[in-house]
Design a protein around this ligand. Structure first.
Ligand SMILES: *Cc1c(COP(=O)(O)O)cnc(C)c1O
Length: 226
């Protein structure tokens, strides 16, 4: 087994154990393998081990890898980095899910670019800065209701949930995950917002316990980034 295949199996086992501990079905949690800064060959290796969902942070890097891996038709790209409106044209034709919509203007631009790429409905999550930290991207909790309505008003987009970037500290991460789940309840619940994208290499068990449906795991699969 390759190193990547072994690491993937270990991460999947962690997700399954966390799901069992939380009384959740393991299929309710999708693993997004975060391949930023790693070569296309590493993505291909993970694909060969059965992984289908991959996360990228930088628009240009996504374009290059999608091109190199265009022979893998059922590979799904997730865009998980901060997205500037002027890069929406690169991401909208390629992403299966954009996790990081944080302004009405970005939503509008993504909808426009998806239509231009003849994509009927681009699935998106709204990123929330639950702690209101100044250095972080994402909508503030007090702006969320309005932003969700703005995304819903774009016929070219399908709003499917919420995303957050947790703090490093594990107790603070748990509070952030609980806060994201509570914000979902206050804004239509799982009927309107079925997906919660939260949890990374170090805190995925906590995220699964708090209701994550998407975990974004990079270094535990592909190794540390330089
Ligand atoms: C890099 C990154 C991850 C993965 O982080 P790891 O700690 O390597 O698992 C997840 N989400 C986002 C938004 C990232 O930028």
């Amino acid at each position: 087994m390759s190193a990547i295949a072994g690491a993937l199996a270990e991460v999947r086992a962690r997700i399954d154990r966390a799901a069992a501990a939380a009384g959740r079905a393991p299929e309710a949690i999708r693993l997004v393998a975060v391949s930023k800064t790693k070569p296309a060959s590493a993505v291909r290796e993970a694909y060969e081990a059965g992984q289908r969902d991959f996360g990228e942070n930088y628009a240009q890097e996504l374009v290059e890898k999608a091109d190199e891996l265009a022979d893998l038709p059922d590979l799904r790209w997730h865009f998980i980095g901060h997205l500037q409106s002027n890069k929406a044209r690169l991401v909208a034709p390629l992403a299966a899910l954009v996790h990081t919509v944080d302004t009405p203007s970005l939503a509008r631009e993504l909808a426009k670019r998806a239509a231009r790429a003849e994509r009927p409905r681009l699935a998106v999550l709204v990123e929330v800065n639950v702690g209101g930290e100044a250095q972080k991207h994402g909508a503030r909790p007090d702006e969320l209701a309005e932003l969700l309505d703005a995304v819903d008003a774009e016929p070219g987009l399908a709003l499917t949930g919420l995303m957050t970037m947790p703090p490093h500290d594990l107790d603070a991460a748990r509070r952030a995950f609980e806060a994201l789940a509570a914000l979902r309840e206050r804004n239509g619940g799982s009927a309107r917002l079925p997906e919660l994208s939260m949890g990374m290499s170090d805190d995925l068990e906590i995220a699964v316990a708090c209701g994550a449906t998407l975990v974004r795991v990079g270094s535990a699969i592909f190794g540390a980034r330089s």
